[in-house]
Design a protein around this ligand. Structure first.
Ligand code: SF4
Length: 334
């Protein structure tokens, strides 16, 4: 079997609010892989730790535990200087298209720097390449001499995507790249990213809170809650037939346009996640299942014993309802 392009093993990231405080686990024992040319969605609600995983892979946050390998190389604690070489293989598109572009630089300069440094292109060749890139992401070639303020949010995100793919990276970390955009621009952006991934064989770790966005682009999904992986599998399996109670609650809480279906979803959400919100987090213990305070299936075991990750039907689920002896428990798919 081919080695995955990205291999994250037992990743832990901790934060302290003050030097005397005990550390809070933002990410705990997260293991995931992204294959060559594959798009993997990393989903969860706000505060689930999904962006922290992305930041650790990018070297913007130091891991407390675990390892990160990219293309077989250990990049877990790479220094900033070594990261410069790595940037040809690893790139990022951030959520905010306004903050991610320097307002004082023309688009040509923003896109040209990495090409001249990493691609070692002459200024004239770099200009031709930038014009090609701009055309490919759906912008006019004359955008090269304009400043970011001349573009809408969607256009700026296209520029950010052009910058990310300019060095032909093997992997792009996409951290909520469409969440600041309106739905039509969002759909166009997802089509563009999907096409670019297919054309160039670029793998993506697509971080999002919106399941519909992940469903539109990812081949596999990793569901995160409070820094821990709840469920992983193909997009089809996880989103159409969720097994973990948290995944079920997450799907039930995502809105749909049809009012009748939305009413049914609201009822399903109340059943799947009766104490959604911060009040439901109060009873979580570090030793137990993090979803126990919100879970309608929680037992006393769930509060004191962390569920093992079980392979069920080709996917993984971290829940006491599922064991190797009992992969399809009654009531789990409520
Ligand atoms: Fe619910 Fe227990 Fe499963 Fe956690 S381990 S999701 S509390 S049933």
């Amino acid at each position: 079997m081919r080695t995955p392009l990205l291999d994250v093993k037992d990743l832990g990231v901790e934060y302290r609010s003050g030097w005397r405080s005990s550390p809070t686990k933002a990410v705990d024992d997260v293991s995931l892989t992204v294959g060559h040319g594959e798009i993997v969605g990393l989903v969860g609600e706000s505060g689930s730790g999904k962006s922290t995983v992305g930041r650790a892979i990018l070297g913007l946050t130091a891991p407390a535990r675990g390892t990160i390998h990219l293309g077989g190389q250990d990049i877990t604690n790479r220094h900033a200087a070594d990261r410069r070489d790595l940037s040809t293989g690893l790139q990022v598109v951030f959520q905010d298209p306004y903050a991610s572009l320097n307002p004082a630089c023309t688009i040509g300069r923003t896109l040209g720097e990495p090409l001249e440094v990493h691609g070692k292109l002459s200024a004239a060749d770099a200009r031709t390449r930038i014009e090609e890139l701009l055309t490919r992401v759906g912008l006019p070639a004359d955008a090269i001499d304009r400043y970011p303020s001349a573009f809408s949010g969607g256009q700026r995100q296209r520029i950010a995507i052009a910058r990310a793919i300019s060095s032909d990276p093997a992997l792009v970390i996409c951290d909520e790249p469409t969440s600041a955009l309106d739905v039509i621009t969002q759909a166009r952006m997802l089509d563009l990213m999907s096409d670019l991934s297919r054309e160039r064989g670029t793998a993506m770790l697509f971080i999002a809170h919106n399941l519909a966005v992940v469903a539109a682009i990812a081949q596999r999904v990793v569901v995160l809650y409070r820094g821990r992986i709840m469920e992983t599998g193909t997009t089809q399996d996880v989103l159409c037939r969720p097994l973990h109670p948290y995944t079920q609650a997450l799907i039930a809480s995502s809105p749909v346009a049809d009012p009748l279906r939305q009413r049914k979803r609201r009822a399903a959400r109340k059943q799947a996640d009766p104490v959604a919100g911060s009040e439901g987090r109060a009873g979580a213990t570090p030793q137990g299942c993090p979803f126990a305070p919100r879970c309608p299936h929680a037992t006393s075991t769930c509060r004191i014993q962390r569920p093992a990750v079980t392979l069920v039907d080709g996917r993984t689920v971290a829940c006491h309802l599922f064991t190797a002896d009992n992969p399809t428990p009654e009531g789990a798919n409520a």
